[in-house]
Design a protein around this ligand. Sequence first.
Ligand code: ADP
Ligand code: ZN
Length: 611
Amino acid sequence: MVSPAEQVTATLEVLRRVFGYDAFRGFQREVIDHVVAGGDALVLMPTGGGKSLCYQIPALVRDGVAVVISPLIALMQDQVDALTAVGVRAGFLNSTLDPDTRRLVEAEFVAGEIDLLYLAPEALASRATLSLLDRGRISLFAIDEAHCVSQWGHDFRPDYLNLSMLHERWPGVPRIALTATATSATRSEIATRLSLTAARHFVASFDRPNIQYRIVPKREPRKQLLALLRDEHPGDSGIVYCLSRASVEKTADFLVANGIDALPYHAGLDAGTRAANQQRFLRADGVVMVATIAFGMGIDKPDVRFVAHLDLPKSVEGYYQETGRAGRDGLPSTAWLAYGLQDVVQQRKMIDTSEGDLAHRRNLAAHLDAMLALCETVRCRRAQLLEYFGEPATGGCGNCDTCLEPPESWDGTVAAQKLLSTVFRLDRERNQRFGAGHCIDILLGRATDKITQHRHDSLTVFGIGDDLSEAEWRGVVRQLLAEGLLAVEGDYGTLALTDASGEVLGRRRTVMLRREAARPAKAAKPRGAATVVAELPAEAAGTFERLRAWRAATAKEQGVPAYVIFHDATLRQIASDAPSSLAELSRISGVGENKLAKYGEQLLGVLADAS
Ligand code: ADP
Ligand code: ZN
């Protein structure tokens, strides 16, 4: 039996020796101690918070093999490679294995020759797997991406529902469930469905201070995106999310035509192409993945420098999850979203026509409303995000667009009345409904064919809105839709009044609006790898580039992602500290025993060539 004091030294020793890190982060140590002592845990930590170590270190300290349940078989190989790189013995069992390898891994498991075994949840439905597990000694169960058990979430996996059986079948084995999903509703759902209500819950702050949140009005989205990539993220790796397969394809083509190393990813591509594109994104430096939200869960790539959304996410949860894939390594990263009137119209329409009962549609609408409120806020985006997840925020963050360039708000009551009364008149006087574009044409007094044809130039509201530009009017429509003061209906997205519209028309309610910036806001300074290098002194920047080149070659040779060799943050520190001996090199964060032995001399060689 190890004493608690010995245990603490053991976990810290493993952190330093194996992983090469000096200290635990946040409550990693508490979770690890709890699980090592045999307790169950539910861990909620944002992406990049360091969840993996919470089960990997107990797996190394406790007797037996840790069984890790993970939904993504495509990424198991990378997870095992990353562990192998630090000298940890791990394996996985899934449908991609050939029979010989499978038998080998099974034998290793039974003999206790590995410390971690990765399994897909569906494997537990097979008797063969269960009897295999009975033959080995299990140190703990880790349930990764535990939110997959939630039926409301977008990543629901039916096989996760079956996982409560782990507890029934192996009552003495501690279980740790981990997720980056933040809402308290999901959290209690996970606890109930996985029988973890009696487990200790560890809930971290969901703030991601290194991510800069920006939401800009959509004008020419692809051009805006290209400017972002060129000005702020040249050569950086990132993800661009689009709603439809068609726009994924178009956007990827557009970026490639403009010299960006971009690849498409969506469910319509065949499995081979998808896997190949994902591999390239993970392995090569500086690839941009253009994808639908089918892409991204479980992607451990630490150096994703930006996540851009060309279409509005359906919920704040989705937005937070997707943007959270940026900057796992803690270095500066950008979350950028272009959002416009058409997004609101389209999403409302999708909800109206969606299958499911009224309660389901209401639920979708409530999620969309929260997302719209985040887009239209004049407050700090981060504060609003954190509050949505139930964390009190303290003041502005200084690292979002509204903090960096506070938007002006203006009294839009009169503009709102003009717009609403246009909709009212069309509806009541003419019994007609039109989309936003036509209503704006009426307000601006434009004699278009459609206007003449319908004789809308005889309406009293014709031309009463020429004090605002078309872009400003689109902003008004968008914001009224976001606030529920106006609705869109039907297949054509026509505008209609809501119950709340009457309050504005009857002058019982004032409407404060966000001013549309005349020109797109620029970031305070360039970010991303450009910054990662820029902030280094010139000499070190050159060394960093050489180290990166060495890493790329080494990764290619071994067929593993570059980050499995070393993270950017580690290379950066090597470049700036310029260690001259193995002992000095071992003190750098991210250089553990195994990597020191394997790459130490080579790194010193690269440094020597540089000087
Ligand atoms: P999550 O699974 O929570 O998204 P990871 O486990 O992938 O996060 O960890 C994110 C990054 O932080 C990884 O690159 C990991 O190596 C690093 N990391 C984790 N714990 C520590 C620590 N105590 N000190 C330094 N780096 C750490
Ligand atoms: Zn802010």
